[in-house]
Write a protein that binds this ligand. Structure first.
Ligand code: BGC
Length: 743
């Protein structure tokens, strides 16, 4: 055996209602027959102007007199009538989409229906946990289900295309958009990507209640330098292929209808103008046949990037690079036709882009019925009560118990007085999170409400705000102004803390502290929250800290001093009920972190699946890859999450110690629920064990699982020793080793 190398594999076992989730990669089959023939026959009839029209997307904010946008509405309306628009975004309601579609269908020559897109990121009206939080459930079935529900509610409002899932790997808690993705791990994110695509698109895009999904942002957007949104990305081939691209490949294989490219550049090339990414990899190597929509205005933004001198050149670069549709950028509209006529752009490129758009429209069934998604009966048949139940179910599964000293949780029946304190305790808005689609402001069940409902009459629930988190307006457009001076609520909070047996502090982030353009250099408890927490701690040490937030927070002081910490993310419409379910023991917490929580913001970007350096030792004298003032490990690592029961892992048993390239190895490990009285994630299973019950968990490892993108610029495995880790998180693991033999 030459070239023996050492590798590590990680398998995480999670506990909760048993289903096994490995290798779900099935292609979504379209029931639409002969789509290609139909696409070709439509294309053959189109003029160049009409073709270019298919590649244009307008923003709507539609009212019945026309699309209200900052651009000239009258002109937009005229263009729609001529059929020179391929799709619109932000046109909402059955009535408005129908009106817009009618304009086009009743006036244009070719009568090619428009698609209506919208950012349906974590629910439409019924709001589910923000994606980072929902991923903490590790429950692919539940995540697929929330996407399915979001699709139904979207269809009920005229939408047939969501700009989701966002599957950017992100390892930097400073980046505001970390809340929109599935965290730091490519394997887990790939699995979520597939689940989401299945949820939105179902098995058949032409179904009445399914919508087209979008894998975004292609690519590297989550790797923005210093965690600053839109910032430059420096990404080598190894990292690009092994970390950033796998979720996109998984989404493409799952049949995702569209991709959206990204605002960032990689190595001097904006993604919108990146031919290698979009043509060579996505449409070439992966043989994916959907269309790529630009991000909002990202085509003309290539002027600011410094790679295009004007809109015309930006359009030329973008179409050549494989950006098929221009989202509200005006570049294709202004210049594509001219570029073809003057011979700078081959019409074949336009044809290819148009075919891609038409293909999706055929698959959606729009040619059979352009008004299919403007059907008022869909709304009439929705049971929002059932959707709420699903939201509560996945919300409680997403909660991660970070610390539970003194077993304060679950709350004991003997506890008769509880103080609920904090700016987010009775806040019905923050749990809705950013990217809330049509989720209403202030519509979530607050923690206080959830607790009051669950506590019953015998328990005295005292509430005090303590401090406000922000002052002034909170909105998608305005960053929150943080309160750093008003301590007027401290006194009342201290009084109720003193007279109650225990305190539930609800702290964290406002809904609009994360999301697009919401990067922060500090990730602690903003404003006066930390100060309030310390004051309360002086008068009552029985504190349960409930965190509501969209990014990993710096909570080192709390982790040392506060006995119990519950990570509750922004859990959506049913937030307070889900949190109460966990606090009162109605639900045994099962969530695990999809992202590392740092000891200090200076550790960011931080992730468990780091490579070894040439000097990996933790020896004090060899601190080169460490910090001199703090360890390099996470405060709470990827995969971390406690439960009210304890689990014991037996010894790992491998079915063989050597494996040939065409063979496989079975890993088994006994796991027992004992409550009677560097690494790479390769698999996970959800288990439901009764107290005292023990079960053997099995995973199969084959050669494909061991492949990675190597310096030979292909995916391959290398012979050598592999160490298998199995455990409840990425840190506390059992291990065993085997050899992969290759001739
Ligand atoms: C975001 C996208 C989003 C688009 C449309 C952009 O600013 O980056 O994620 O889909 O706007 O709203």
């Amino acid at each position: 055996m030459t070239n023996m190398k050492k590798y590590t594999l990680l398998i995480i076992v999670l506990f909760y209602g048993g289903f096994i989730a490995l290798g779900q990669n099935s292609k979504i089959l379209s029931s639409v027959k002969n789509v290609e023939t139909k696409v070709d026959s439509v294309l053959a009839l189109m003029t160049l102007e009409e073709k270019v029209g298919q590649l244009i997307q307008y923003n709507g904010s539609w009212d019945l007199t026309g699309p209200a946008s900052e651009l000239d509405n009258k002109q937009k309306e005229e263009n729609i009538k001529k059929g020179l628009v391929g799709s619109m975004l932000n046109v909402l309601s059955v009535k408005a989409t129908k009106e817009a579609q009618k304009l086009l269908m009743e006036n244009s020559r070719m009568k090619i229906p428009m698609m209506f897109g919208y950012d349906v990121i974590h629910g439409y009206k019924t709001i589910f946990p923000v994606p980072l939080g929902e991923t903490a459930s590790w429950d692919l079935e539940a995540m697929e289900n929330s996407a399915r529900i979001a699709a139904i509610e979207s269809v009920a409002d005229g939408i047939n295309w969501t700009f989701s899932p966002m599957i950017d790997i992100s390892r930097d808690a400073r980046w505001g958009r970390i809340m929109e993705g599935s965290g730091e791990d490519p394997y887990l994110t790939s699995m979520v990507a597939v689940a989401k695509v299945k949820g939105y698109q179902g098995n058949d895009l032409s179904g009445d209640l399914t919508i087209a999904a979008t894998a975004k942002h292609f690519a590297g957007y989550g790797m923005a330098e210093a965690g600053r949104d839109y910032n430059t990305v420096n990404l080598g081939d190894n990292e690009l292929h092994n970390t950033v691209l796998p979720p996109f490949k998984a989404a493409a294989d799952a049949g995702v209808a569209t991709f959206m490219n990204s605002f960032n550049e990689i190595d001097g090339i904006p993604s919108t103008g990146n031919k290698h990414l979009q043509r060579d990899i996505l449409k070439g190597d992966w043989n994916w046949d959907g269309f790529v929509v630009s991000d909002w205005g990202s085509i003309p933004e290539m002027i600011s990037h410094g790679v295009a001198k004007d809109k015309k050149q930006a359009a030329e670069i973008a179409i050549k690079a494989g950006s098929d549709m221009d989202m509200e950028g005006g570049a294709y509209e202004a210049s594509l036709q001219e570029l073809v006529l003057e011979g700078s752009v081959d019409e074949k490129l336009i044809d290819d882009a148009v075919k891609r758009v038409l293909r999706v429209k055929f698959k959606l069934g729009l040619f059979d019925d352009p008004y299919k998604y403007s059907n008022p009966e869909v709304a009439a048949n929705i049971s929002y009560e059932d959707h709420k139940k699903a939201a509560r179910d996945v919300a409680r599964k997403s909660i991660v118990l970070l610390k539970n000293e003194n077993n304060l949780l679950p709350l004991k029946p003997e506890v008769k007085s509880i103080a609920v304190i904090g700016p987010l305790a009775n806040d019905k808005d923050s749990p809705i999170g950013n990217w809330r689609a049509q989720g209403e402001a202030n519509s979530a069940v607050s923690v206080l409400e959830g607790i009051k409902t669950a506590a019953g009459k015998d328990v005295k629930v005292n509430y005090a705000l303590g401090t406000t988190l922000g002052i002034g307006e909170r909105s998608f457009l305005m960053p929150l102004e943080i309160n750093t001076t008003d301590r007027s609520g401290f006194k009342e909070a201290l009084e109720i803390a003193k007279k109650s047996e225990l305190v539930i502090m609800v702290l964290g982030e406002d809904a609009f502290q994360t999301g697009e353009g919401r990067s922060q250099s500090k990730i602690g408890l903003a404003g006066l929250q930390q100060e309030l927490l310390k004051e309360i701690y002086k008068v009552n040490k029985n504190i349960i800290l409930v965190l509501i937030n969209g990014r990993p927070l710096e909570i080192s002081w709390s982790s040392e001093n506060i006995p119990t910490i519950v990570e509750a993310w922004q859990l959506g419409s049913e937030s307070g009920n889900a949190i109460a379910d966990v606090l009162f023991g109605k639900y045994n917490p099962s969530g695990k972190l999809p992202v590392s929580f740092p000891r200090t913001v200076g550790q960011e970007p931080l992730y468990y699946n780091q490579k070894n350096t040439g000097r990996p030792s933790s020896d004090l004298h060899v601190t080169y890859s460490h910090y001199t003032d703090v360890g390099k490990d996470a405060l709470f690592p990827f995969g971390f999450g406690l439960s009210y029961t304890q689990f014991e892992y037996g010894e790992i048993d491998l079915s063989a110690s050597e494996m040939n390239a065409d063979g496989n190895i079975e890993v088994s490990i006994p796991v027992t629920n004992t409550t009677r009285p560097v690494k790479e994630l390769k698999g996970f299973q959800l288990l439901d064990l009764n107290p005292g019950e023990s079960r053997i968990v099995k995973f199969v490892i084959d050669e494909k699982m061991l492949q990675f993108y190597t310096s030979n610029k292909i995916w391959e495995s290398e012979a050598g020793e592999f160490e298998v880790f199995v455990g409840g998180n990425s840190r506390d693991v059992k291990s065993a080793a085997f050899n992969l033999i290759k001739n």
